[in-house]
Design a protein around this ligand. Sequence first.
Ligand SMILES: [Zn+2]
Length: 182
Amino acid sequence: MNVKILRLNKAGVPVSWLTREEAATLLVKEQVMWSLGAVVAELYGGYNNSGIQSVLRLPSIVACEGQVHNAKYNAPLDNRFLFRRDRNVCLYCGKTFHSRDLSRDHVTPVSRGGLNAWTNVVSSCRRCNNRKADRTPEEAGMELLAVPFAPNQYEFLYLSNHNVLADQMDFLSARFSHQLKE
Ligand SMILES: [Zn+2]
């Protein structure tokens, strides 16, 4: 399993996922201020003069030095994350699809002034997308099964990693504003 380590800024807000190597580098450089969660990996290093091998224990969550950005968070809009937000369900017919059979539907079509933004896009199967065409759901007589939302930072980090560990999930889900899990 490709374990990732959750990086927080010094204010305790999650900012990204780190590889084991990246987390180890931050620990060695003493840029980790505090950590949380279980040890997810042990990395063995060199031996000291007494013949004791160094070992670096990587926790699942690390809070690091660095700038804190207070600007409003904008999750990048990408179909991988969009389909995961909608749990691979077409929000018009309610059926589950493989990602390759889903498309991004603009609820208010772009040609009608709709934005390409999280709050105006939903996962849609091709059939529903074709049927809806260049119309609003009201005009097409197609009801949306859920209101599209922009993920907050906690939700986005969950959406962008398929191997979220239990303690990372506990940390992230405490600040979810929407139902993301089954
Ligand atoms: Zn559909």
